[in-house]
Design a protein around this ligand. Sequence first.
Ligand code: PEP
Ligand code: MN
Length: 363
Amino acid sequence: MEIKPWLADFSQTKQPFIIAGPCSAESPEQLLTIAREVQALGINTMRAGVWKPRTRPNSFEGNGTIAFEWIDEVKKSTAIRFATEVATADHVEQALKAGIDILWIGARTTVNPFTVQEIADALRGVQIPVLVKNPINPELALWIGALERIYKAGIEKVGAIHRGFSSYQKSRYRNQPYWQIPLSLKSQFPDLPLIADPSHIAGTRSLIQEVSQKAMDLGYDGLMIETHPDPDHALSDAQQQITPASLGQLLSVLRISKPSSSNALFVNKLEGLREKIDNLDQELIDTLATRMKLVEQIGEYKKENNVTVFQLERWQEIIQTRPEWAGKQQLAIDFITELFKTIHDESIRIQTEIVNKETPTKS
Ligand code: PEP
Ligand code: MN
């Protein structure tokens, strides 16, 4: 994909690009109320789900095509543009016929290459921005694959929405952000617009500000935030929607930093600090190399004495003492625990290789 920057021209508003609006289009009044209020905040793009992919049947599955008539009414009296989710070729056709301005592909659709291809084929010959949400599983290649299918169909204005990833483990988020995945995407495709969806990452109102700020600190191009006039009574995703007034408050305190600064003093100081980090990283690598040499010696020794590579007591001691030492240096316990799990895994791998190596026999 060779993506040319397109979002700044398209968005018609100052950066970041904000898409606000309800999880689902529920009624003409709901849409018009939000439209007027978000427009007053200087936002010109709304989201509204027309068809809702629900985890289980018998929950509200969207109002379907009648919602396009409501959207049309809003467009007549405001300057708002609309984005909606499409999950089949038929959805694409209906949304295009209804004059929808932006399409997005949902997380449950991105996982399925057949469906994404069907959507891509339905988009051939059309020029409309298409935003692809990350797949529900943390797999970067699947996300890139979906973007490529859309791009190959001739859509030049493609973008990515980061909505977090499902996880079996309980966490404070509804969907784990795994920030390194969207950041890898951004480093492979620097001009691909990257929009965060703090609502679906957070799953709860109280975390939306924090997630939005993190996205801004990481240099995201925009935010998609679920906004509803009466969030508690929303027909879908009630816990994570916020009022337009709360959205205004959130945006007013959002710190937006620039990707870089040409200020000579800043550049100088940054370079100096980075040089120190480079030196320390070199030392870290030298230390790790020395550690692994010792690990090899232990491996040989265990082999000679025919004892197992994995020694439970030793591992328990490591995983207890290292975080204790780290705590004294004000380092995050979780970070050090993870780091030593990785180091221990590598030590085990090295020793297993040694133990299983054929000892050369004289013939
Ligand atoms: C949505 O945007 O309301 C939605 C269903 O999101 P996702 O595809 O991220 O679950
Ligand atoms: Mn939703």
